[in-house]
Design a protein around this ligand. Sequence first.
Ligand SMILES: NC(=O)c1ccc[n+]([C@@H]2O[C@H](COP(=O)([O-])OP(=O)(O)OC[C@H]3O[C@@H](n4cnc5c(N)ncnc54)[C@H](O)[C@@H]3O)[C@@H](O)[C@H]2O)c1
Length: 257
Amino acid sequence: MGRFEGQTVVVTGGARGMGAAHARGFAAEGARVVVADVLDGEGRDLAAELGDRARFVHLDVADEVGWAALVREAEDAFGPVRVLVNNAGVLTLEPLDTIAPDTWRRVLDVNLTGMFLGIQAVTPSMRAAGGGAIVNVSSTAGIAPAPLLGAYVASKFGVRGLTKVAALELGRDNIRVNSVHPGVVRTPMTTETGDVGFAAIDAFPLDGHAIPRAAEPEEITRLVLFLASGEASFATGAEFVADGGLLLGPALQPEPR
Ligand SMILES: NC(=O)c1ccc[n+]([C@@H]2O[C@H](COP(=O)([O-])OP(=O)(O)OC[C@H]3O[C@@H](n4cnc5c(N)ncnc54)[C@H](O)[C@@H]3O)[C@@H](O)[C@H]2O)c1
């Protein structure tokens, strides 16, 4: 028996990258997974791969009307939502003095407001189910700042705060809310060359760190599944870091003189 047998799980940004790994992980443990994303082709392909354990729903997480429709569809297809993984996110690499206000607003809309809308939309469903778990995907950039990541850092710090307020407000409903803080993970977000002409994964050298490499998405999936499961029954409002020691700083030993 899997840890999520028969449970309805929503994964936003589930069409590719870490979200797709999370969707596969939940499905492998018996969940019925709603893959929500703006990437229709990738999302449909993944749902087809997972068969009757999954369905794809087009959702822009910044659109509250879309959220209401998604929850209705999830409930009709699989029953009340027990797990929400607020995973969808966008990254821009740009200094604060040139980032366009519209770009700033869009990053905050997707990365932060999208998670608030998700929490608001699934809460009645989780109450009906007798409880649930919400995992908000922040980042090490939600704990320590980095240059060029102003909008992203602001949004991911915000996710930490949102998570803690939600945990306080929903704990009595048997709904736990936690944030995860991955370091650098090998996904299209970090490997694709952006407008700046380089890929994020090349901007953050990892060879001096305790675990001197990027993570594979599945290494974060295992943490997300743990937090969504009954194994984490006493964890709420907390930050879970999986960063290979990135936040510790360089691990290089001083050279003897
Ligand atoms: N890759 C990393 O190193 C890293 C590190 C820390 C945190 N994160 C976070 O992990 C999460 C997943 O990132 P990833 O690396 O898999 O990136 P990714 O770009 O590979 O995947 C992100 C997914 O979110 C979807 N998405 C974007 N905007 C959306 C919207 N408005 N509505 C619905 N879906 C939308 C994309 O279409 C995509 O499928 C993000 O929140 C990201 O900020 C990533």
